[in-house]
Design a protein around this ligand. Structure first.
Ligand SMILES: [Zn+2]
Length: 98
């Protein structure tokens, strides 16, 4: 799980708190620039964003730490849901055998 403070806003949009600047929150939208996602931080705006547009470099770093944090957050939620479903199913099956 990411150690960056992440807040789910709606659908694929997140607020991720900046670690370098106190009180600053970045807006991450995983629904933009699919599959890379988009972030409001300077690093994304000036370094990642323009390069994604060009799509020239293969080994380009396509994610800032905020997009990563949002993706981690979403992945954790999906994993939790799958585990919860599995647990529910498992219980159901147990009831079936007894
Ligand atoms: Zn960012």
């Amino acid at each position: 799980m990411s150690d960056l403070k992440t807040r789910h806003l709606e659908e694929l949009r997140f607020h991720v708190r900046s670690t370098s600047r106190f009180g600053v929150v970045h807006l991450v939208d995983l629904g933009e620039r699919v599959p890379f996602g988009q972030c409001s931080c300077e690093f994304w705006q000036f370094s990642i964003g323009p390069k994604i547009k060009e799509l020239k470099q293969q080994n380009l770093r396509r994610y800032c730490r905020h997009v990563r944090a949002a993706k981690d957050y979403l992945a954790d939620r999906v994993i939790d849901q799958v585990i919860a479903e599995r647990t529910k199913k498992g219980e159901g099956e147990q009831h079936g055998t007894t």
